[in-house]
Write a protein that binds this ligand. Structure first.
Ligand code: PLP
Length: 420
C-alpha cells in the first residue's frame, strides 16, 4: 500500500482508525491484525497494472487463507491459486467461482484431482509427466475433459531465499522446457486432456525483475515451438512472486512488473494469469504481541514476548527480518535486543538486533508486514494454541478467527482403550 495503514496517532500505533492498544486489550495477544483498506488497495493496484491485457488475478491462497480475507478478494473479482483441496474448499466457500481457480502443486492426490475436475476449475497446473497421466486416467474415468496448463521450470537465476526459489535448475517444481514440450506432444494425442495453458512460478519475494523477463522470454520460445507443432495456448500463467519491502525501502511495484512483462507478451492474444500472494496481503498485517521479560545479558540481550515461532515462523525458517514497533509511541531507541518468543528452540527469535526504546512488561509490540505467510504457516508446536486474527475496517475491528484454546489442542486425539 502507498501509505501504510499502520501509523502513530495520539501516541499510539493504529491500524486504520483503531488503536492497536485497544485491539490488544480486547482480543488479547498474540493476535494478527489486518487492514481491510490495505488489502483492497493492493489488489486494485495489481489489477490496474495489467488492464492493458486481458488477465485474471488469481490470489495465492497460501499467503493468507482466512475466509474473511478471501471474501474481500472475491468481492474485488479475484480468482484463486490453490495447492490443495483444503484451499479449493476455502476459495469456493468464500465465493470465488470455479472458472477463476487454478490448482498447482507437485503432489496432488487422486482425490484432489478428481475434486478439481468435478468442480470444473479453470486450469489444473500439472507439474510432471506422471501427474499428467494420472489426470488423464481420472478424467477418462469421469468422462470429463481436463483443462490443464503445464508448469514449466524456466531454469532462471532468482535472487531470493533458496527455500522460496522455485524456477531454478534442480527445483522440484514443473518441467524443464524440453520435457514440457514433450508433455504438450503427449497431451495432443490424449483425448481426455486439453493442454491450453502454460504456467510458471519462479519464486517468491522477488525484487529483481530481470528474472521475470528472462523467464517470460523462455516461455515465449516454448509457446512458439508448441504452436508450430499444433498447440495454441489460451492461458499464460506467470505465477506470483513479486516482493514487498520489509525494511521500508522502495521495491518493485506491480506497475514495474507489468512494464517488465507486458511488452514481451504483445504477441499473445490469450489471457494472462497472475498469482500474487505476498504483494496483496504482506504489508496489510501485523502480529501484536505482549512484552513479558527483559533479559539483559552478554553478548546478547533479549526481550521475551508472548508470540513465538509457532505463531510466526518466517524469521526462524528464512532468516526473515521484520521491523518491530512499540505500540506506545516513544522517543529514540536506546536498546539493541533480540526479540525472542517462548518456544523451546534457540531459533525462536522473531527479530534480531532490534533497536527499541525501553519496553516495560505488559507493553504491546507490533511485528510488521506479517500478513503473508504469517498465520497460514503457524503451528501448535509446544502445544501453543494458534493466535486470534482481527480485521480492521475504518474504525471498526472484527474478530475473524478466535484464539484457539487448550481444548483445540487435543480435539482430534483419541485415547486407546488400554490407556483409558
Ligand atoms: C504456484 C504459486 N503461485 C503463487 C505463489 C505466490 O507467491 P507470492 O506470495 O510470492 O506472490 C506461490 C507461492 O509460493 C506459488 O507456489
Amino acid at each position: 500500500m502507498l501509505n501504510s495503514p499502520f501509523a502513530y496517532q495520539d501516541g499510539s500505533l493504529f491500524c486504520e482508525g483503531v488503536s492497536l492498544n485497544d485491539i490488544g486489550r480486547e482480543f488479547g495477544t498474540p493476535c494478527y491484525v489486518y487492514s481491510h483498506a490495505c488489502i483492497v488497495e493492493n489488489y486494485r493496484r495489481f489489477d490496474a497494472a495489467f488492464t492493458s491485457h486481458q488477465h485474471l488475478i488469481a490470489y495465492a491462497v497460501k499467503a493468507n487463507s482466512n475466509g474473511a480475507i478471501l471474501r474481500i478478494l472475491a468481492r474485488e473479482g479475484s480468482g484463486a491459486d490453490v495447492v490443495s483441496v483444503g484451499e479449493l474448499e476455502r476459495a469456493r466457500a468464500a465465493g470465488i467461482p470455479p472458472d477463476k481457480i487454478v490448482f498447482a502443486g507437485v503432489g496432488k492426490r487422486s482425490d484432489e484431482i478428481e475434486r478439481a475436475l468435478r468442480e470444473e476449475i479453470l486450469l489444473l497446473n500439472v507439474e510432471s509427466m506422471a501427474e499428467m497421466e494420472q489426470v488423464s486416467r481420472i478424467a477418462a474415468r469421469l468422462s470429463l475433459h481436463a483443462r490443464i496448463a503445464i508448469r514449466v521450470n524456466p531454469e532462471v537465476i532468482i535472487h531470493t531465499h533458496p527455500y522460496i526459489a522455485t524456477g531454478s535448475t534442480g527445483d522440484k517444481f514443473g518441467l524443464p522446457v524440453a520435457r514440457a514440450i514433450d508433455a504438450y506432444r503427449r497431451a495432443r494425442d490424449d483425448r481426455s486432456i486439453e493442454a491450453i495453458g502454460a504456467h510458471m512460478h519462479i519464486g517468491s519475494q522477488i525484487t529483481d525483475l530481470s528474472s521475470y523477463s528472462k523467464a517470460v522470454e523462455i516461455m515465449n520460445e516454448l509457446a512458439r515451438t508448441i504452436s508450430e507443432e499444433g498447440t495454441q495456448l489460451s492461458y499464460l500463467d506467470l505465477g506470483g512472486g513479486l516482493g514487498i519491502s520489509y525494511a521500508g525501502d522502495p521495491v518493485s511495484t506491480p506497475d514495474d512488473l507489468a512494464a517488465t512483462v507486458l511488452p514481451l507478451l504483445e504477441w499473445f492474444n490469450g489471457r494472462i494469469i497472475l498469482e500474487p500472494g505476498r504483494s496483496i496481503v504482506g504489508d496489510a498485517g501485523v502480529l501484536l504481541t505482549t512484552a513479558l521479560y527483559s533479559k539483559p545479558s552478554s553478548p546478547r540481550s533479549f526481550l521475551i514476548v508472548d508470540a513465538g515461532m509457532n505463531d510466526f515462523i518466517r524469521p526462524a525458517l528464512y532468516g526473515a527480518q521484520h521491523r518491530v514497533l512499540p505500540v506506545r509511541e516513544r522517543g529514540s531507541s536506546v536498546n539493541i535486543v533480540d526479540v525472542a518468543g517462548p518456544v523451546c528452540e534457540s531459533a525462536d527469535i522473531l527479530a534480531h538486533h532490534c533497536a527499541l526504546p525501553k519496553i516495560e512488561p505488559g507493553e504491546f509490540l507490533a511485528i510488521m508486514d506479517v500478513g503473508a505467510y504469517g498465520f497460514s504457516m503457524s503451528s501448535r508446536y509446544n502445544s501453543r494454541p494458534r493466535p486470534a486474527e482481527v480485521l480492521v475496517r475504518g474504525d471498526e475491528a472484527f474478530l475473524i478467527r478466535e484464539r484457539e484454546t487448550a481444548d483445540d489442542l487435543t480435539l482430534r486425539e483419541r485415547v486407546p482403550r488400554f490407556l483409558s
